[in-house]
Design a protein around this ligand. Structure first.
Ligand code: PA5
Length: 435
């Protein structure tokens, strides 16, 4: 399940993830950005050190705190045990308890156990579909819930627990249930009472910052992701971002640029990508920024555009609509396995002869570069360039954006680690359900 880490490939000096700002410079001049960053150097220093006032939320800042070699060993051993009894692993979780591992599964399509996602919906149709997906498979479930009050995972867990009991009997079902929860929470009590396997939820990490903890590393490992390589990438990124001075810190440059744009009236950031594999990563990113920054009447609304499809829907607004948007592209520089598909010639006159012999990789790149050039004439465009798409880069991406989000929230003047705003609808909903 977990091969020896490939940490040797991560030199720490190589620019494996780079923020290209050249397509934004007409809107955020480099000199202005540099002086903004210099003026706010104290913010970077505070984020690099980690502030005492956020001590109960900053467990992710030091990757080793929740992804040490000992924790990785333990996670790999449990993943191996799960895979020995199941070909299907149901991950029950919502938001920060779901998006991280789901991003990696969607981006890398690992070849381990199949992951099925539940706990993120109340739709009967969708839950019936999940139950159908389990038929004929050996199943283990993992209920991931930080406080075990959230309705979606709580209700799905009850449904799937009952399914397992009916199918396997109570004793065998108990062997097939893992829960990831806070120590001392009602979920831990339930595990102890029923004999389920209990995995501790990182105590000092909020849900949306847990991508590099057991909350997500366990499902990833079960799915066959090389979690040691992923964590090695994150460690490299931590080393870079927590030591790089103000002028060389790409995450701080991104945080600074987006706050300069906020000051100038930009209200929406579009994360655009030409690989549908990033669909779930974009959900992770949306949650990270929406819950961290959208408060006190402030914050940039994070939205995602899966291209080239969205060029035929959102594209019109992006190019020509109200000037509230800026765009951040994710771009993979080197093709990997499965990234080549050559379109053969044909004797049918289909009017697409100009594509004869071209590779879809290059066709897609042409679409991307043309889009960026066109959009950059109207709005600021940043590009986060990845050498390749693999575990190391996914680990780097998680850390880079988490650090940038912390810094960005600080520059904006909000607490990036709470999310009090989501309580309002919950009160009304719980009232309606008679809780
Ligand atoms: O960032 C957060 O803490 C939240 O968005 C949570 O991830 C989300 O609400 C799920 O919470 P829980 O795991 O407690 O069900």
């Amino acid at each position: 399940t977990c091969p020896e880490g490939r940490a040797d490939r991560v030199s720490g000096g190589a620019a494996m993830l780079k923020l290209n700002r050249s397509f934004a410079s007409a809107f955020v001049a480099e000199e202005e950005l540099v002086s903004y960053m210099d003026e706010h150097a104290d913010v970077l220093a505070r984020c690099q050190a980690g502030e005492d006032r956020y001590a109960d939320s900053l467990g992710w800042l030091s990757v080793d705190e929740w992804a040490s070699d000992a924790i990785l060993d333990r996670t790999c051993a449990l993943a191996e045990q799960i895979r020995s009894m199941a070909d299907t692993f149901v991950v029950i979780g919502v938001g920060g308890s779901n998006n991280g591992s789901r991003s990696v599964q969607a981006a890398l399509a690992p070849e381990g156990a199949r992951l099925v996602w539940a706990g993120n919906t109340l739709s009967a149709w969708e839950l019936n579909r999940v139950l159908d997906e389990l038929e004929g498979h050996n199943v283990v479930i993992d209920c991931i819930a930080k406080n075990f009050e959230t309705l979606e995972p709580g209700s799905s867990f009850r449904l799937l627990r009952q399914y397992l009991v009916e199918r396997y009997g109570r004793e065998e079902a108990a062997r097939r249930i893992v829960c990831t929860g806070t120590i001392g929470s009602p979920l831990e009590d339930l595990c102890r009472a029923e004999g389920y396997t209990f995995v501790p939820f990182a105590t000092n990490v909020g849900g949306r910052y847990t991508a590099l903890t057991e909350v997500h590393l366990l499902p990833m490992a079960v799915a066959g992701v090389d979690i040691r390589a992923l964590v090695a990438g994150a460690r490299t990124m931590e080393r870079l971002l927590r030591t790089a001075p103000v002028g060389e810190n790409s995450a701080f440059a991104y945080a600074s640029a987006r706050n300069m744009l906020w000051d100038r009236g930009y209200r929406v950031e579009l994360l655009s990508f030409f690989e549908p594999r990033f669909r779930w990563f974009s959900k992770w990113w949306e949650q990270l920024f929406a819950e961290s920054e959208g408060k006190d009447g402030r914050g940039i609304f994070p939205a995602a555009a899966e291209c080239s499809e969205e060029l035929h829907s959102l594209g019109q607004f992006v190019q020509d609509g109200t000037h509230i948007l800026f765009e951040t592209f994710l771009d993979i520089l080197e093709p990997g396995v499965g990234d080549s598909l050559v379109l053969g010639g044909t004797d049918v006159a289909d009017a697409f002869g100009y594509l004869d012999g071209k590779d879809f990789w290059d066709i897609n790149k042409a679409s991307f570069t043309a889009t960026r050039e066109a959009h950059a004439g109207m709005l600021p465009c940043f590009t986060l360039e990845l050498d390749r798409l693999d575990e190391e880069h996914m680990g780097m991406l998680f850390y880079w954006f988490a650090f940038a989000c912390y810094a960005s929230g600080e520059l904006l003047g909000v607490n990036p680690f709470d999310q009090a705003g989501v309580e309002a609808y919950k009160r009304l909903m719980f009232d309606a359900l008679g809780k």
